[in-house]
Design a protein around this ligand. Structure first.
Ligand code: ZN
Length: 182
């Protein structure tokens, strides 16, 4: 759960970071940035901001913004009906970014959110530089985290069905609830 104010602040901040990264976004589009807390209600720790440039029945192109030290939880993109599952390429544009993928534990720069050891099983760290990119096949688990400056990256993929993604953390709900202030 996030509040309406928290959402609009996060949208503004994400738009500023996009512009700093050299990616244009119109003032009228800031409202469209999705603020995702994964139902965990601590956006700054685990969360992501998503600006969708295009999303059709076949393809999607998005800008993902992570605030400083914010983590996108471990997940994978499963098969849905006839669709073999989302194939995704991420390309780092700006800031400090590391990905965690299958492989030996070489974790050095990153950290696991407090009391979340079991929600993050992958410990093979890939520190990306702007211009680096990675491709994930359906079911290939991954999670990622920003360093001290935050990070801005592109995500290009086949059809997006965020609501059906799998997450290691059983407490996650992909659809963020926005609450009006009382
Ligand atoms: Zn993914």
């Amino acid at each position: 759960m996030i509040t309406r104010i928290e959402k609009s602040k996060a949208q503004q901040r994400a738009a500023e970071m996009m512009r700093q990264a050299g990616i244009q976004i119109g003032d009228h589009e800031i409202d469209l940035i999705e603020v995702v807390d994964f139902g965990l209600s601590h956006l700054e720790t685990e969360g992501v901001q998503v600006f969708t440039m295009v999303s059709t029945q076949r393809i999607a192109a998005k800008v993902l913004v992570l605030f400083p030290n914010q983590t996108e939880p471990e997940h994978w993109h499963p098969q849905v009906g006839d669709d073999p599952g989302k194939q995704e390429t991420v390309r780092h544009i700006w800031g400090d970014l590391r990905f965690y993928v299958a492989g030996d534990d070489n974790m050095k720069e990153g950290f696991i959110a407090q009391d979340k050891e079991s929600a993050y099983t992958l410990r093979h760290e890939r520190v990306l530089k702007p211009g680096d990119q990675l491709t994930f096949e359906p079911y290939e688990k991954h999670w990622f985290q920003a360093g001290p400056r935050g990070a801005v990256l592109y995500s290009f993929s086949t059809t997006v069905r965020d609501g059906l993604d799998g997450f290691t953390d059983p407490d996650i709900q992909r659809i963020t609830v926005v609450k009006d202030e009382d």
